[in-house]
Design a protein around this ligand. Sequence first.
Ligand SMILES: C[S@@+](CC[C@H](N)C(=O)[O-])C[C@H]1O[C@@H](n2cnc3c(N)ncnc32)[C@H](O)[C@@H]1O
Ligand SMILES: [Zn+2]
Length: 274
Amino acid sequence: MTANHYACPLCNLPLLKHEKVFRCVNNHSFDRAKENYLNLLPVQFKHSKNPGDNKAMVNARRAFLEQGYYQPLVDRLVALYQEKAVTDASKPSILLDAGCGEGFYTHQHKNAENTVYGVDIAKEAIKKAGKKYQQCHFSVATLSKLPFADSLFSWIVSVYAPILEQEFTRVLNEGGFLLTVTPAKQHLMQLKQHIYDDAKEHDEEKTPVECLTLVHQENISYQMHLKTGQDTLNLLSMTPFAFKASDEVKKTLLNHDDFICQADFLIRLYQKSS
Ligand SMILES: C[S@@+](CC[C@H](N)C(=O)[O-])C[C@H]1O[C@@H](n2cnc3c(N)ncnc32)[C@H](O)[C@@H]1O
Ligand SMILES: [Zn+2]
């Protein structure tokens, strides 16, 4: 039996690891799946049978991200983590990727000293993450009730995922950071122009964070040269406007190699006051 950082999603008491089962003292138990993840989403927390992104969305996102189009973003996120995270040899860094999808960003934050967790409500995504990135800890859980004790994390990263401010603040330690990535004004503008007659810029003020202090903000903007039509369709299926695309538009995009599209990310770094 070994200690770990998970808390029981039903009673909040620590979960202890016994071989392949995690159990609290109230005997709520959760099996570790063979793909190396924990399912900490009790049925009563689910609003639908398979919440979150479905298998097709998950596969398209992994295929797109593996082409490296978003690598400049990842490199910057990891650099900010290395630069800003408070390193204290007596207190190793524990990081959470909140809404981690298939773990593309999660595993790139792993280093020799830290412990890295990824949480997502989509089982298909977590299955893929757990299988591929054995050095991180993945669980199916909801961001609105994270299966962790208060003040555990020194860093939370949230990339294009819901920002549950109060819950994130609860699990951050004092002085800990929340780094968010959201779309900036021109993100995917050329793709939107294929879908909407009057494509609008993103509203950058959509999800204000109020409990934490904004300590840094920057944009990352560059043009992506999408090599194949399939890359463009994979990117489209990652967007909230994918369902608006007609079959005709999809066909046009599929037959369009070397599509040039703007990536425009807004990075914000918040800190919990100590
Ligand atoms: C646009 S995807 C981003 C995934 C990943 N961060 C990336 O950029 O590749 C948003 C993710 O948030 C997850 N998600 C949405 N609502 C959630 C919730 N309430 N709790 C946990 N995950 C959630 C979805 O399943 C999905 O994987
Ligand atoms: Zn319990």
